[in-house]
Design a protein around this ligand. Structure first.
Ligand SMILES: Nc1ncnc2c1ncn2[C@@H]1O[C@H](COP(=O)(O)OP(=O)(O)OP(=O)(O)O)[C@@H](O)[C@H]1O
Ligand SMILES: [Mg+2]
Length: 330
């Protein structure tokens, strides 16, 4: 079956939001699709729902303003929206922003097929036409002028495709527009998200804003229980504490380790935390050669990205937090 046929056959159904997302009836209804399509994200059995999920479910419930999700790298913005979409069998059309994205990359373009000129629908057109979720990642990397070209779509207007005989694509009632970014579209306060651009204020004014920070410690511990069940429990908890301490040092907010200089240039994303746990498991055999797997893995997950000075600081912090045998490491 070609992709368009599959999308044409999608059937909207009403579901109980509580049943879908938490397994408990809530009598609050949400629209989804009766079956997944090739565009529906795969469900991740290890996924731990983020506190912000409620806000995004409310957004998904009714056609509303487009959503702009912002927060630090690896905090779970993209995965959260995709995992929620997966529960509803929503088709997701995903694009990652960069400074050279043009409107045609989103709407579509003419191409030649078997000697004929045909119009190839882009991700935005497909989402609008068939009722999908258009997910624009790293929106703040877009050229602000290109981004502002989306203003009328964000207002709910149809998309006019002049190259396809001026076809007008009216937004399907299930069409949703979500963007993710590391900055709030205004300023990069950390100065570390290279390439991000301040967006046009009229463009930003069209969004419902949603902030996603790193998950609560108990959620990250739960995540590590799933990713690295073989590590001692105390060690997994210690790793989450360590990640939070590094985040504080990054933000200049550490009170516990004030003697360590209160500003470092790397931070601990959930993505890095999972990699650290995974590498610690893989490097366990090194302990027989007197190498501490946890610090060895830490360098490979994060430390090597930092300056020598920060790396030394990360090492010192790890020595303090993981010394002794109570963590089940030597
Ligand atoms: N709550 C969670 N449960 C399971 N995995 C998670 C969770 N949060 C983040 N992850 C994992 O961490 C990784 C990073 O998440 P994701 O890509 O969603 O972050 P992001 O905020 O979009 O990052 P970026 O700003 O760099 O695009 C993914 O592999 C994802 O599966
Ligand atoms: Mg992302």
């Amino acid at each position: 079956m070609n992709e368009h046929n599959e999308l044409k056959q999608l059937k909207v159904i009403e579901m109980d939001a509580g049943n879908v997302f938490s397994g408990q009836t809530s009598k609050r209804m949400i629209n989804g699709y009766s079956a997944a399509s090739i565009y529906t994200p795969k469900s991740d059995p290890d996924y731990i729902y983020h506190d912000t999920m409620r806000e995004i479910i409310v957004w998904l419930m009714n056609p509303s303003d487009p959503l702009y999700i912002f927060g630090p790298t690896g905090s779970g913005k993209t995965s959260l929206i995709k995992q929620l979409a997966s529960k509803l069998n929503y088709p997701v059309f995903e694009v990652t922003g960069h400074s050279r994205v043009e409107f045609a990359d989103l709407a579509g373009h003419l191409s030649i097929e078997k000697g004929n000129m045909i119009f190839q629908y882009g991700p935005l057109s497909l989402a609008m036409k068939y009722g999908g979720l258009f997910l624009l990642n790293e929106l703040d990397l877009l050229d602000p002028a290109t981004a502002s070209g989306l203003n009328s779509i964000l207002d709910g207007s149809p998309l006019c495709i002049s190259e396809n005989g001026s076809e007008l694509i009216y937004p399907h009632p299930m069409f949703r527009f979500a963007a993710t970014a590391n900055t709030n579209g205004g300023i990069d306060e950390s100065g570390l998200y290279q390439g991000t651009l301040k967006q046009n204020i009229a463009f930003m004014d069209r969004f419902w804003l949603c902030e996603v920070n790193y998950p609560e410690p108990q959620a990250e511990v739960q995540l590590l229980n799933k990713v690295a069940p073989n590590l001692p429990e105390k060690l997994r908890t210690g790793m989450v504490d360590y990640a939070n301490e590094v985040r504080k040092l990054f933000m200049g907010e550490s009170a516990n380790h004030a003697e360590l200089e209160n500003s470092i240039e790397v931070t601990f994303s959930t993505r890095t935390l999972m990699r650290w746990a995974d590498l610690t498991v893989r490097f366990q055999p090194l302990s027989q050669q007197g190498v501490q797997p946890i610090t060895y893995a830490l360098n490979r997950a994060l430390g090597f990205r930092a300056t020598r000075e920060t790396r030394a600081m990360l090492h010192e912090l790890a020595q303090r937090m993981f010394s002794g045998s109570e963590h089940g490491i030597n």
